[in-house]
Design a binder for this molecule. Structure first.
Ligand SMILES: [Zn+2]
Length: 306
């Protein structure tokens, strides 16, 4: 089956979670070509198998090279410890799971985290439907190309075209949050898992690349504080591990991070001369539960976290 038809079939089964980005009307899939709302606004399913639900021009500074590098690094297993942790937080009791649970990855980029989490949950007999959203079209294209078992959409994360209370689990991994939106989309009792960089994350790269403003170390304090205001009963866990690298892998890891945007001309060269053989990965997993009340509040992050 062609990618577009496979996606259209999956989208048809779950079309109730979408609403029209223009008029908020109900949407339905029309054959394999796209979705149409009750007022006739139309959105195409690309041949790669994703749907574009944006209205008007979209600008994203993240390009194909960065997403390809991330896909390569994540597929190589560099984030496996994180995926195991996320799964342990999401996994329900064994058996008795007839209906799939809905997972949203808000800011999914090239999709590897969501795809890995969904695949492993399915392997454990836990049916899930994963939807990945990102405003970066090149990220969504890379996701759809690799992972046909999830749904992928280019969409505005500040106001995603999704029905209220559609999701059991919301992932927000190394990507800016939009808490009002998250509150609207999570079902009562649903779980949000936000992953932010630990202060040691990619330490070996940060040491070489000139990203330290005001001479201070990178801090996630403000991000964690914002999360705690939204979910006062939150819990957090710091995870740190190292990934062995050779020069080739080191180059890919350097490419996956926007840190490389700011590097001084000879920083890349210095990085290789240091003979680095391990890279530190460090993240904080923040977990919150949606209460019975889904009243949106208007707090969003100013920090760019990628
Ligand atoms: Zn419409």
């Amino acid at each position: 089956m062609k990618k577009r038809e496979k996606s259209a079939r999956l989208m048809t089964a779950h079309q109730a979670i979408f609403h029209c980005p223009v008029c908020r009307g109900e949407m339905s899939v029309r054959e394999a070509s796209g979705m149409v709302c009750t007022q006739g606004h139309r959105f195409d399913i690309a041949r790669q198998g994703y749907i574009n639900l944006t209205v008007g021009p979209v600008r994203s500074s993240y390009g194909k090279d960065l997403f390809d590098a991330r896909q390569n690094v994540i597929q190589s297993g560099a984030f496996d410890p994180l995926h195991a942790e996320l799964i342990s937080r999401i996994e329900g009791p064994a058996g008795d799971q007839p209906a799939p649970r809905y997972l949203l990855d808000a800011g999914c980029g090239e999709g590897s985290h969501l795809a890995a989490v969904c695949r492993q949950l399915e392997d454990r007999g836990q049916p899930v439907l994963g939807l990945g959203l990102d405003l970066a079209k090149s990220g969504i294209q890379a996701a759809a190309r690799e992972y046909g078992d999830c749904l992928w959409a280019v969409a505005d994360l500040a106001d995603p075209p999704l029905r209220d209370a559609s999701f059991d689990v919301l992932l927000n991994i190394l990507s800016p949050a939009s808490y009002g939106t998250f509150r609207r989309l999570l079902r009562p009792g649903g779980t949000i898992l936000k992953v932010v960089p630990g202060e040691e994350h990619l330490r070996e790269l940060r040491e070489e690349y000139d990203t330290l403003k005001d001479g201070g170390a990178y801090s996630n304090r403000e991000t964690v504080h914002l999360f705690s205001r939204q979910y006062p009963d939150f819990r957090q866990e710091l995870m740190t591990w190292t990934v062995p690298v050779d020069d080739e892998r080191l180059a890919v890891i350097a490419r996956m991070s926007p840190l490389s945007w700011h590097r001084t001309p000879d920083a890349g060269e210095r990085l290789f001369k240091r003979g680095i053989r391990d890279i530190t990965f460090s993240v904080v997993v923040l977990e919150g539960q949606a209460g019975p009340d889904r009243e949106p509040s208007v707090v969003s992050e100013r920090l760019e976290e990628k």
